[in-house]
Design a protein around this ligand. Structure first.
Ligand code: IPE
Ligand code: IPE
Ligand code: MG
Length: 249
């Protein structure tokens, strides 16, 4: 029995978010440049998107570049942007064929023009996809997202288009870059660190966390299925008691 058969199709996480960490250490352990780790990381992305499609996951969000990552050495930042553009351009046709729909979250205005253009093209090309929605978090951080939302809400209140009394959780969520995307049910972080690194702080309010020591370039189909199976072994109580959850089933 392969791992995918052990997944309960009736209790799938609708949205899996992944902090893809460990590319640099993967490369270092092999005496390679960090860039080699990032290149191998792209292959892992391809495997995981295919695995998520096979498992009928609706939303997959990948943390590809954080606001804080702009502070890395200039050559590494440039290398990551070039790699992203290369991978996006190379994979668009395949993504389209597989029904994958691309979306981005983050401060796209900070990306170099050529990267924005490549992403916009990919988003346009894959817009009709009805399979997994692949959300790429680029130049993303939660504190950026939340402060931007607060500013836009304040502006709308001043303009009179948003009555102050209407600001509830749903309205607030509508001002985030994740507008329309359900909150992640499962957050995976590879690479051994157990921290959230400014990722989806609002959206992960009730996510199940899954940490693995596996470096991102070594992550693959079975690793994703193991995480889903682990998730299905958890009891999500949302503040209620175990007895309440059981009697509702
Ligand atoms: C994750 O791998 C990729 C990005 C943050 C872009 P890292 O580059 O952070 O790898 P480590 O953590 O140094 O091993
Ligand atoms: C988090 O990884 C960001 C991405 C995976 C894109 P980092 O490697 O940048 O995280 P920290 O700074 O070590 O927490
Ligand atoms: Mg890292």
């Amino acid at each position: 029995m392969s791992l995918i058969d052990k997944i309960d199709k009736n209790r799938l996480p609708a949205h899996i978010a992944i902090i893809m960490d460990g590319n640099g250490r993967w490369a270092k352990a092999r005496g390679l440049e960090r860039g080699e780790g990032h290149r191998e990381g792209v292959n892992a992305i391809k495997r995981v998107v295919e695995a998520a499609s096979k498992a009928s996951i609706q939303y997959l969000t990948l943390y590809a570049f954080s606001t804080e990552n702009w502070s890395r050495p200039t050559e590494e930042v440039k290398g990551l942007m070039d790699l992203m553009v290369y991978a996006i351009s190379r994979e668009t046709a395949d993504l389209k064929r597989n029904g994958v729909r691309i979306r981005t979250i983050g401060d796209m205005n900070r990306l170099p023009g050529y990267a924005r253009t490549a992403l916009e093209e990919c988003i346009r090309e894959t817009a009709e996809g009805t399979g997994v929605t692949l959300v790429l978090a680029l130049s993303y951080s939660s504190k950026w997202e939340l402060t931007t939302a607060a500013g836009r809400i304040a502006a709308d209140v001043v303009k009179g288009v948003l009555p102050e009394g209407d600001i509830d959780e749903e309205t607030f969520a509508g001002y985030l870059t994740t507008r329309g995307i359900p909150d992640p049910d499962l957050l995976i972080r590879t690479g051994g660190e157990q921290r959230i690194s400014n990722f989806l702080l609002w959206q992960c309010a009730y996510a199940e966390f899954y940490f693995t020591d596996t470096f991102w370039p070594d992550f693959g189909e079975d690793a994703l299925y193991e995480a889903i199976i682990g998730y299905q072994g958890r009891e999500r109580r949302f503040g209620k008691t175990s007895e309440q959850i059981e009697s509702a089933q």
